[in-house]
Design a protein around this ligand. Structure first.
Ligand code: FAD
Length: 481
């Protein structure tokens, strides 16, 4: 739903905020507000729930978390009710206007941005748990941090990712991997029902019984392809007690490969109650490696000792309520610019690949002192294997994500070059699959196969059935036949 045409050849200045100062964004910053405004259809003008180029919030709201992308929408429209959402969608459809759908605005690429219109779900922000039914209704504009806190007070949870600012909608529609995945499956595996504003402009309730094919597709391939999701009902899980654990080491070129190999073997022996993350972090010329995760049980966590003790980690083990543990494992960063790439790891990495990875990582200190880099591996398997939906890499051993972060826009070209260079070097040694929620426009035409593998044909059929005119489209959406 993104297009970059229409508003570039114009001349009034929209006061750009700090991070839009590159030559490219300065070109974009020169905009004709009145031209943008005058091309908005009458019925979409002066909506009390929209931000226009003339609104004071415009230069904040037109961005998502990643400030690499600077687009100038005609309006960011945030309906407050189903009726308003239906009205806005039908109006955009009637006038053939391009639009993007935004949940929490944490897409890694500009899929929730548009030079046309943005339909922002932020006002669908209710979280309504029902303990007796063990279900929770969550609006499509909610963020993970609020969900973890609200359900956590009741000692309940749904599986989420680890960044509290990420939106429930984007996460669930693409899968959702995190600290509870091995025990309860992906976020999308706990979805019971999805309230969808479809291509006909109708609000429907999508469940395994009402629309089995659409229900399958929306859970893993649902981002911006089948309709505007207004809310979800999830099965919530009672979690009385957990243990958070963290083993850390300073960077030592001799022990680092050993830690990685040991971790890879260890995770294959773990019960479903234990989830683990291998973290390699580089920041401000400091490198660290660590293993962290959760045990969902009231039995003490001692599984690490036999395996890791001889490697002498610094150890933190904290038992308590799930909601309290989240202060250790939720992470949000404040970098304005970032690039993420991912691989789905199906087999343990060989010793040669580990050596290659460690050597490449070790060059950061000398070559890229101003970048912040993480190479993290999240365990999958456990209950993830049992789910059934459009999320393709069900049998993955781990999800590996490689993130580069930076503060200064001048570093952008170098940071992107670094990210791509590493990815190109490692690509021959790993699977061709990526996690659909690590949206990566570098994948080009290969994206369907990379995200959805053998599910592609079925997804195209379902897309063609429910959105034959391809109203819901963006650069990497599911195409029609
Ligand atoms: C800092 C950070 C940490 C992350 N950590 C994790 C993690 O631990 N685990 C994990 O699995 N993933 C993680 N992710 C990836 C994350 O799941 C995806 O980026 C996700 O798509 C973001 O959702 P959002 O709603 O915040 O984003 P948005 O930018 O709002 O949307 C992302 C995509 O979903 C579509 N979309 C959003 N809302 C709707 C809706 N209501 N209806 C239809 N389509 C919609 C958008 O159009 C877009 O295509 C992380 C991302 C970031 C930036």
């Amino acid at each position: 739903m993104n297009f970059l045409t229409g508003s570039l050849s114009v001349f009034l200045l929209i006061s750009a905020i700090g991070w839009t100062s590159s030559p490219a964004s300065n070109a974009n910053a020169v905009q004709n507000v009145s031209e943008l405004m005058s091309s908005i259809p009458e019925e979409l003008k002066n909506l009390p729930y929209a931000v226009y180029p003339t609104s004071p919030e415009y230069n904040t709201d037109r961005f998502i978390a990643n400030k690499r992308f600077s687009l100038y929408p005609h309006a960011i429209i945030a309906p407050r009710t189903q009726e308003e959402a239906v009205f806005v969608f039908n109006s955009l459809k009637k006038h053939h206007l391009d639009f993007a759908i935004r949940g929490g605005g944490h897409c890694y690429e500009p899929a929730s941005l548009s030079s046309g219109y943005v339909v922002d779900l932020r006002n669908f922000n209710q979280i309504t748990p029902n303990v007796s039914k063990q279900e929770v209704n969550i609006g499509a504009g909610c963020r993970l941090g609020d969900v973890i806190a609200t359900l956590g007070k009741l000692d309940y949870a749904i599986p989420t990712g680890t960044c509290p600012r990420v939106g429930v909608a984007g996460l669930s529609l693409g899968g959702g991997i995190g600290m509870l995945s091995r025990t309860y499956g992906l976020t999308c595996d706990s979805v019971l029902s999805i309230t969808l504003l479809n291509a006909e402009g109708k609000v429907i309730e999508v469940t395994k019984d009402s629309y089995p094919d659409l229900f399958w597709a929306l859970r893993g391939a649902g981002n911006g392809s089948f309709g505007i999701v207004l809310g979800f009902t999830f099965r919530m899980h009672h979690i009385p007690k957990v243990t958070y654990y963290e083993l850390t080491w300073d960077w030592n070129p001799t022990t680092v490969p050993q830690i990685i190999k040991t971790w890879q073997k260890w995770i294959q022996t773990l019960p479903d109650t234990i989830t683990s993350q291998l973290r390699m972090r580089y920041s401000k010329e400091k490198m660290e490696i660590g293993v962290a995760g959760l045990k969902i049980s009231d039995v003490p966590f001692d599984e690490w000792e036999k395996v890791f003790k001889d490697l002498k980690p610094e150890v933190k083990v904290v038992a308590g309520r799930y909601v309290d543990s989240s202060k250790y494992w939720t992470e949000s960063h404040s970098f304005p610019f970032f690039k993420m790439k991912s691989n789905i790891i199906l087999e343990p990495l060989s010793d040669q690949v580990i050596d290659k990875l460690v050597s490449f990582y070790a060059t950061l200190k000398n070559d890229k002192p101003d970048l912040h880099v993480l190479f993290d591996f999240d365990t999958m398997q456990g209950k993830v294997l049992q789910g059934s939906s459009a999320f393709f890499p069900r049998n993955a051993l781990t999800w590996w994500y490689q993130g580069v972060y930076w503060d200064d826009e001048k570093l952008t070209a170098d940071a992107l070059r670094y990210s791509r260079q590493f990815f190109a070097e490692i690509a021959p040694d790993v699977s061709k699959y990526c996690y659909a929620n690590t949206v990566d426009y570098d994948l080009g035409d290969h994206y369907l196969d990379a995200y959805y593998g053998t599910n592609v044909e079925r997804l195209i059929q379902i897309k063609t059935k429910y959105d034959p005119e391809n109203i819901f489209h963006w650069k990497q959406s599911i195409p029609v036949k």
